[in-house]
Every structure is written in C-alpha cells, then in structure tokens.
Design a protein around this ligand. Sequence first.
Ligand SMILES: [Zn+2]
Length: 404
Amino acid sequence: MKRLHPRHLKVATRKTPRAINREIVLNLLRSHRAVSRADLARLLGMQRSAAGRIVSDLIERGLVREGATGAADRGRKPTLLHLDSRGRCAVAVDVRLTRTYIVLTDLVGQELTPVRSFATDGEPQKFAAHLVGEIRRLLAEHPDTGRCLGVGIAFPGVVDRSGSVVVRAPALGWRDVRLRDPLAAGLGLPVEMENAAKACALALIWSARGDEPPGDLVFVSVSDGVGVGLVIGGEVLRGRNNTAGEFGHLPLSIDGPRCACGAQGCWEAYVSNLATLSRYVGNSRPPRPPLPADVARVTVEEVIARARRGDVKAVTALLSTARYFGIGLASIVNALDPARIYIGGEITAAWDLIEPTVRDGLAEHVLVSAAETEIVPVAAEEHPRLRGASALVGASVFAGASVA
Ligand SMILES: [Zn+2]
C-alpha cells in the first residue's frame, strides 16, 4: 500500500520509469537473494529482453552481480543474479546510554568484524570526537573489507526527519544536538542517523524475504529506554516530526514512577532495564542517572541468571516487568493490530520465563484474541540495533540516491 499524497506524487514523478524499474529489480534481488533472469522477468511481468536490459544496466553500475548457476529441470542451468555487496562495507553504530557499539558490515547487514564498544560520552562534542576516532581506527584496521559507503547510527532518542539532529534523548539528557554533519565532516563519509527502534523497523523491511509483503510489523526495543518502530503498509511510519510510535511514553498510570522524559507513569518507566534493576534492588521507582551504586552493580543479564538459579527476588522483578510489558503491548495491538511484534533487548534472554506473564498482561487488555498476535523475541546476540544501523546505509545505497 503506497499512501497517495500530492507531495509523494511529485517525488515519484521526478524519477524516470527506468529508475523506478531499477529500484524494483534491486528490491526483488534483495528479498529473493538469488534470482535467474527468467524468474526476474516473470516476477516483473516483463519480456525477458526488457528485464535483461535493466539487469545489464545494474551490473554496469556495480549494483548487481552474476553468481553461481541455479537448478533447472532440463537444458542449460541459469545464472543467478545477486545484489553486489562485494568490496563495499558500512559502519553500523548502536549508541546506548553507557556504551556505544560499532561493527563493519556488508551492505545487507552481515557483520564483517567482531563488535567492539567504548564508553558513551555524555557530552555531545566529546562523543562525536570519540566516535570519529573509533570509526577511523576500525576502518584502518580492516582495509580488506572494501570501500566504506557510509555510517549508520541507531540512536536512543528522537531524531529529526532529515536524520541530522538529535531532537531529544531523555536518557542522555541531549536536546537539539546537530550530530550528523560534524560526524560526516570528521569522517569524510555519508552518515545516516535514525531513532534506534525505527532503524530496527527499517531492518525488518530490508531483511524481508520472498514475494509476499510481510504485513504490518512492530519492533519494540527494550534497553535503557523503550523504543517502538512501526512498519505500516511496507513503510516505516514516521509522523510529522518523526516521533510516531513513541509508545514507550504512553502512560500506564498518571501517578506512576517518574520517567526519564519527565512525565509520570510512562510504559518505559515500568519496563526499561533500569526499572527491572530498580525493582530487583528493592526500589519501586527507577532512578535517573547517575545511577545509585546498588543499581549500577547489577545488569539485567545477571538478574536473569539469578532467576534461573531460583533467586525469588530476581524472578519477582522479571515477572513484574513482564506483566507491565504485556499491558503496554496491548496498547500497541489495540491501536495497530499488527501481524507480528518483534522484541529486542536483554530481557529476551528470559523469554521462556516471562512469556506466559507477558501474554496474560496482553490478554487482559486487548479487545480481540491476543493469542493471534505473533510475538518474536530477537536474541541480543543477533544485534538487531546494529542491523538496523547497517540497513540505514544499505537501504540508501540500493534503494535511494545511487540508482534514482
Ligand atoms: Zn516518558
């Protein structure tokens, strides 16, 4: 479903039909991974010669390559076409309250180096200088990964529509920070920045496989805060100010615990990692940074490990988070009725312990059967936020500027 809007139509008509066809072919190759010329013509509903011309054009531009030969019932085996991500890479950056993670990936999000991290500086200029240094070092140490086409940053806060300004990052205490341009200037590379949950939502589209559109999807990222990215009608929903989907700040109770955003009783204040840890150490209200020593000493991973060893306090803290989490998910289901909800964050390691309680909280508040809503935990080891950051670069290379 493409939403019709006069401005969108104007943007669309700026592209030539050839450019649009190239974009469609690139998207088919991305979602199918490997396709023969004959299958591509069939998927496009085009003559083989016309499809062949688009493919030749894309091979010439270095965006598509010929790979191995595929299977055939009889006759000559067809050569399979792939997106050409060889010799090019992206830097993916996941900014968290306390640490920032970086990795080199190819243009379809596969990690090419081990993930490394450094302490997140609370002061924006220091942070930018530190990040530039770390990225330069990472690239210098891996010259074999090819030309770097850009840096994607998944950021924990509201990023403006242009992706250049951190409008508000409550956990870091940042407001109206111009971050992208100094980074791009310091690195001499294009930089794409987006709210972390929206980047994760983009990665859901970017990694989708097959013919069928995946339907309306939600990505809920639970970490220092709670972010929600929405894929509606095949597009990431942004809203006028790129703040659509801030379910983390929907109040569960108007006199609940104080949230990092300043309001009381936000969903985030009940289910963030900080909320879980506070409950574990016996505080009903999550503290604001700097963290008290008893909260800073433990991590969610440790609480989960202790729960598995039978620590009653740990089990109680996790189940309490699970119940609030389910109640918040019910708001999302009631508002959007998505096909699937993905959950990212450290808490997913306890999914087997908490799922029944999450489901109970959900069932309590949804209007129709909650059992139908598929909930998929994404393991922290899959680094969904880094994948999201990488998709910011990959999507702009294959679906944007270089082919339009
Ligand atoms: Zn809030």
